[in-house]
Design a protein around this ligand. Structure first.
Ligand SMILES: [Mn+2]
Length: 328
């Protein structure tokens, strides 16, 4: 099944001349680095490629030189004969408004993807979309350059939380082995992505950690970050995933709820969990989606109300049977 769809995707790519590559709003390491690797793969095949992100790239993810290639904004649809969407559950997730009429390929490793493209390759068992794109090299008939390998490695490194999350499968590690053989430098990637913090970022983490609340039972940790935290530490777009990793390391905590103020009374809520606590199902209850141990959704309302209501509801959801459900 996977082999067939991979071959069909490769065929479609080989027939295209002018390709746009997009990923999702608030891009993460997997979406950014996989976009770059795929861009170089297609350019090696002589395609004209534009790689576009609706939202800016946060630091330190943007600290690789080729990330400058990613245009922030809209796809320029003129002449484009194929759009490849990486980990977008639907077209709106890309934030792109000018691609509706264009032929599409949808590649995703999130199970809550609704197949909307001409070709849809959804593999929830894949650790990262980078792991999937690695598998396209062979049907496309190309050998990866060290730089492509390094970007795909960085994608997997990023999405597995530096090989700590539950998606760190044997296949993910085997793919990384092959990527290192092809020239990826694990030390360089680790330094860039995990040891590249600015003092301002550490001050921001301190502020966010200071907001920590734990429910009475001790199994839910709640963190909050407001726009003023960013403003007062002089930061704009920043990757703050580390803070949920710290909260998730608290003994007994099964789920971390991280409220991020996006606008007045608009909060993006990230969920991180472990064991049987299922973030994806909780996120879906609130209209979002994601993986078993990492998911998210958006809520509207005054913070004082949300900080009471959302954790209480999640506590209820965690005690019901939905969280013993497993789909991997
Ligand atoms: Mn991903």
């Amino acid at each position: 099944m996977n082999q067939t769809i991979k071959n069909e995707i490769a065929k479609k790519i080989l027939q295209a001349k002018n390709v746009a590559i997009v990923s999702h709003l608030r891009p993460d390491g997997d979406s950014i680095y996989t976009s770059l690797a795929l861009t170089e793969m297609l350019e090696l095949l002589g395609k004209k490629v534009q790689v576009v992100s609706h939202d800016p790239l946060p630091f330190p993810l943007c600290d690789f030189p080729e990330t400058k290639r990613i245009r922030i904004g809209d796809v320029e649809p003129k002449g484009v004969d194929l759009v490849i969407l990486l980990e977008c559950a639907d077209v709106s997730r890309s934030g792109q408004t000018k691609i509706n009429h264009l032929p599409k390929i949808n590649i995703d490793h999130h199970y809550s993807n609704s197949p909307y493209a001409e070709l849809n390759w959804i593999d929830p068992a894949a650790s990262a979309v980078g792991e999937m794109v690695f598998e396209l090299a062979e049907p496309l008939g190309i050998s990866l350059t060290p730089r492509m390998a390094e970007y795909l490695y960085a994608a997997i490194f990023s999405d597995t939380g530096s090989f700590q999350f539950s998606n760190t499968t044997g296949k993910a590690l085997y793919t990384c082995y092959r990527l290192v053989e092809a020239g990826a430098d694990p030390y360089k990637v680790a330094e860039k992505l995990t040891a590249n913090n600015t003092p301002a970022k550490i001050r921001l983490l301190a502020r966010v950690l200071n907001s920590l609340r734990i429910n009475e039972k001790g199994d839910i940790a709640i963190l909050s970050m407001f726009k003023k935290d960013l403003q007062e530490t002089g930061l704009k777009e920043v990757e703050v995933e580390d803070v949920t990793t710290i909260a998730r390391s608290i003994k007994g905590v099964r789920m971390v709820i991280f409220f991020k103020e996006m606008d007045q009374d608009v909060f993006r809520v990230s969920l991180r969990s472990r064991g049987t606590a299922n973030s994806a199902l909780v996120a879906e209850y609130f209209g979002g989606g994601g993986h078993k141990h990492a998911a998210g959704f958006t809520v509207n309302g005054p913070y004082e109300r949300l900080i009471e209501e959302i954790p209480r509801k999640i506590e209820q959801l965690l005690s019901t049977t939905i969280n013993n459900y497993s789909y991997t």
